[in-house]
Design a protein around this ligand. Structure first.
Ligand code: DAU
Length: 330
């Protein structure tokens, strides 16, 4: 698998090694700013775990990771943050489009039996009403979403053209432990724990559908095992909330007030107003989320409270420069 030191990738590594005694995992990861060896600390001495440092866009490194063979490749490696894709889109094209292409070629070269592309509900773009199904057209609107859509289209084209045994999952907004604090929930939780303000984009009435990272990792494992090649599966949490609703809940959980802690800032350019996923297809395959949202969110806040040793070094490093660039002029 690729991107195993990231947020969802590391949850998948932990899940698979815990649940499946018969499975070994090789992680190929470039260890960019969002890849953190601490995310897999609990499994790194497991003899079934192997690590290769490298870029998924580097075919020689991909071959080294495949080694004597692999039953499947699951691609978690990606540039994932919409705001960074607005500041600097190039890395997104390289990893999310080129990297996916290099992996697809490796799947063909090595005759690998399954390739799963971890994608996102953002490829469907803004949905004013109803919920996106897998049959809907994709209409990505940010450089990030467009790069993920480019990867998805390559994956589906390889299936149609070469019969490559591919699967795609499209997850909704994911939250939980080990999420890099540039994303809404961990950024707001860590700011609030520090008594700092939180920057709400625009009116804060944008809607996202939230999925716990453990449910997301379990969904990917389920689709990998039971999905039909060539198919796409939406993994939606079924927890639609406005950003203001999330913010108010985080204020309550950290004991802060709206008046002193919330700052409405200039909106994200091209900000998608609403995402909503129809996850019936994945449910029919036998997957459904298990973590209740209220409990999941409370546990996540508690995790950040107890794991300052994880997030404080991140927020004091290069992150400061990013935060200044991203928010100073808003
Ligand atoms: O929908 C799935 C996607 O969810 C994933 O594909 C992306 O990798 C992931 O980053 C996430 O994208 P979003 O743009 O929805 O996530 P983010 O946490 O950046 O923002 C969530 C919402 O909160 C969005 O409407 C923007 C808003 N927001 C975010 C930040 C960081 C704020 O209002 N203030 C902020 O400072």
């Amino acid at each position: 698998m690729t991107g195993g030191l990231g947020f969802i990738g590391s949850a998948f590594v932990r899940h698979v090694l815990r649940e499946r005694a018969d499975v070994s995992v090789t992680v190929l990861d470039l260890v960019t700013y969002a890849g953190n060896p601490a995310n897999v600390a609990e499994v790194e001495h497991d003899p079934r775990y192997r690590f290769v440092k490298g870029d998924i866009a580097d075919a020689a490194r991909v071959d080294e990771a495949v080694g004597d063979g692999a039953d499947a490749i699951v691609n978690f490696a990606a540039e994932t943050h919409v705001d960074r894709s607005i500041l600097d889109p190039e890395a997104f094209i390289r990893t999310d489009v080129m990297g996916t292409h290099v992996l697809l070629e490796a799947v063909r070269r090595h005759g690998i039996a399954r390739f799963l592309q971890v994608s996102t509900d953002e490829v469907y773009g803004d949905v004013e009403h109803g919920a996106s199904t897998e049959a809907d057209a994709i209409r990505p609107r940010s450089p990030y979403a467009a790069s993920k859509a480019g990867g998805d289209l390559q994956v589906l084209a390889y299936h149609a053209t070469f019969g490559t045994p591919v699967l795609i999952t499209r997850g909704s907004n994911t939250y939980g432990p080990y999420q890099y604090p540039e994303k809404l929930i961990p950024l707001f939780v860590t700011n609030l724990l520090d008594g700092e303000q939180v920057p709400v984009y625009g009116d804060g009435r944008q809607v996202r559908d939230w999925l716990h990272v453990d449910d997301h990792a379990r969904g990917i494992a389920h689709v990998l095992e039971h999905g039909t090649p060539g198919e796409v599966y939406n993994l939606g949490g079924g927890n639609s909330r406005t950003n203001l609703e999330i913010t108010r809940e985080l204020l309550r959980l950290t004991g802060r007030s709206y008046e002193t802690s919330v700052r409405h800032v200039v909106d994200r350019p091209g900000h998608d107003r609403r995402y909503a996923l129809d996850a019936e297809k994945a449910r029919a395959l036998g997957w459904s989320p298990r973590v209740g949202f209220a409990q999941g969110l409370a546990d996540t806040v508690q995790w950040y409270r107890e794991r300052e040793s994880w997030w404080r070094p991140i927020k004091s490093g290069d992150f400061r420069e990013y935060y200044r660039r991203q928010y100073a002029l808003r």
